[in-house]
Design a protein. Structure first.
Length: 322
């Protein structure tokens, strides 16, 4: 398994990777396989341009031909779609999202297979920037913006967890910020592509991810996620803690020359105080205590629920009069 980790992760610790007992190969993307002429979608959907290309597939900007509504269209890469287990994972994103209805979660309108049996998702198109870009502007977030953003993320994940959905890939690039009539930093949490559905009797499905699988983005993976242990909602609390740390300090709690060494740190090393990572930052001890509680190695030592974390952040904000 370590050889597979090295091969899949060494070049991109912030990218999402999937390592399972069935999926040991690491195939190169062939861009031509995802050209627009090869994507034979239902007639009502039109692709306009590509937004991004990743290891699992691509996301396009599109529109509904009848309503002219702007859409995001996510398509699984053909070489990934050739494996039935990957198609099930892709379908699970749509199934997971169908259980959720929250203003801070991206809306999925439709999903299915192209004429070539390549899975696709039709999603709400979000016009905004990533939290990663926002953090990069000033090497961190000011306190008011920090509390505003993470209150929304906690609320969205609390909603998901109460409905048996664990995200498992929380990272700054999966958190989008947009302006709305309600607030300037309106959050949209995206990409439930590796979400784990638990307590899912209503879906009538078996658990698709087995213990021993390694799925996630190494910079933000919980210790239990790093070693392929069984996951519960507290894995999202840890990952969100990594993002909160980065939002204050300007860099994640664990950095290393490659992803394998980063994973080792998640499992074995305590994070440096934020004042060590970024001496220019003055962080109230109450807030640092909250962040470090989310980063405990053992799940039972973290906040028990996302609601508990949200309330702790709100109390801290009140104490700071933010």
């Amino acid at each position: 398994k370590m050889a597979r980790i090295l091969e899949a992760m060494s070049d991109a610790p912030d990218k999402t990777v999937h390592l399972t007992s069935e999926d040991a190969e690491n195939e190169d993307l062939q861009d031509e396989l995802l050209t627009t002429h090869s994507l034979r979608l239902p007639d009502q959907y039109q692709i306009i341009s590509r937004i991004s290309l990743g290891g699992m597939g691509a996301i396009y900007k599109g529109r509904h031909r009848k309503t002219n509504a702007a859409l995001a269209i996510k398509v699984l890469h053909p070489h990934v779609a050739s494996k039935e287990s990957n198609i099930h994972r892709f379908e699970r994103e749509a199934q997971a999202a169908s259980k959720l209805n929250h203003p801070n979660l991206v809306v999925i309108h439709d999903y299915g297979l192209t004429q070539d049996e390549v899975p696709y998702l039709i999603m709400e198109l979000i016009e905004g920037q990533t939290l990663r870009a926002e953090i990069g502007k000033n090497n961190g977030l000011p306190p008011r913006q920090f509390f505003d953003i993470f209150d929304q993320i906690c609320d969205a994940l609390e909603h998901a967890h109460k409905r048996g959905v664990i995200h498992r890939d929380i990272k700054p690039s999966n958190i989008l910020l947009m302006k709305s009539d309600v607030r300037e930093n309106f959050v949209k949490l995206v990409d439930f592509g590796i979400a784990k559905v638990v307590a899912s009797q209503d879906l009538g499905e078996q658990e698709l991810t087995q213990t021993g699988d390694i799925v996630g983005s190494p910079l933000y993976m919980s210790p239990e996620q790093c070693v392929g242990d069984e996951l519960d909602p507290r894995t999202d609390i840890y990952s969100l803690g990594c993002v909160m740390y980065e939002a204050i300090a300007g860099s994640p709690p664990f950095m290393a020359p490659n992803a394998v060494k980063t994973i080792f740190k998640h499992v074995n090393v305590k994070p440096d105080p934020i004042s060590v990572t970024n001496p220019k930052i003055g962080i109230p001890p109450q807030l640092e205590q909250i962040i470090f509680k989310t980063l405990e190695k053992k799940p039972e030592d973290r906040f028990a629920t996302m609601e508990d974390l949200k309330l702790a952040l709100r109390q801290c904000r009140q104490m700071m009069a933010m």
